[in-house]
Design a protein around this ligand. Sequence first.
Ligand code: CP
Length: 374
Amino acid sequence: MKSLIDIVDLSIQELQLLIETAKDISQNPAKYHHMCDTKTLATLFFEPSTRTRMSFEAAMFELGGNVISMSSAGSSSAAKGESVADTAKIVSCYADIIAMRHPKDGSAYVAASNASVPFINGGDGGHCHPTQTLADLLTIDREKGRLHDLTIGLCGDLKYGRTVHSLISAMCRYENIRFVLISPEELKVPDYVIRVLQNSGIPYSETADLEGALPQLDILYMTRIQKERFADADEYERLKNSYVLNTEKMKLAKADMAVLHPLPRVNEISVAVDADPRAAYFRQALNGKYMRMALILKLLSDAGKLQLPATVPLAKGAKGADEKQLKLIPGRYVCANPRCITTTEQELPQIFFEAEEDGQTVCRCLYCEEKVER
Ligand code: CP
């Protein structure tokens, strides 16, 4: 595997290997201190980040490697109009591996296609955030002791929450998973994510009622209402206080429910909840560093630059890997998603793929996966 754009780029076996490697790193850090000596990670962050950028950088330092960093769009030649494609080509000359965050949906696909070194998506607009999902999976595994037989509540901004989209794609591949999607009407999960649930045959329900959902949950995954993704400021003001998890509401939850949050939080989890042993979100942020260490090792190993230990057996409760089988359609349509990378990247070809949904053939943008009206 050369790059990680979407969590489904990783098979279940590969996810299991990353989880086992991350656990070993957390228990035996000294074993890994020189594995990336002489290797360089470039972090390209066109959008703000604390955890993703800093945990990637800490990960590479703890593996003995070097880091070169671009911490904002304004500090690079993107400010002069340089494309994502050109940036990826150029940075490939200076680094062995690249991690990038960008505000446009589908930007990760463009960068990965143009990089000549392994590429990692650190979040592309409201589309995907696969390395957050790696942190989430390790956290679920550690908190619950399993990745199967779980009822997972996802609460908050399920429309723009890229961490939610990636987590659904990942958990659909384990046995006996059930989702409760908790959001205001305006922030429901987009249809391409619902399609993932339906294609996997995963039971799910949609509700606006957090208190009503809480007693049945094994995991509650809270998310921030993402101000920066709203086109309409009034709509954000109306929705920003939709959910606040507090100690009173925690009384409705199972004694062993784990509360996850990709962070940053604004006000959706009261600070008083932090003292509850079920609050796993700070442990989740630490798990993100271990999983990013494991991912860097895997991608450099797959590129022939490192040697990793042998693979581990398939985890109990895993359904196996899905392969993306895409029938590509170049050029005939124009993606109408205003947040898609095709709206800003000069000369980027419009490419679509066909998918069977509800007995009909539909067409979606290859970069951002939004449906195209034909
Ligand atoms: N969870 C997450 O992506 O955090 P940052 O935006 O701080 O990287």
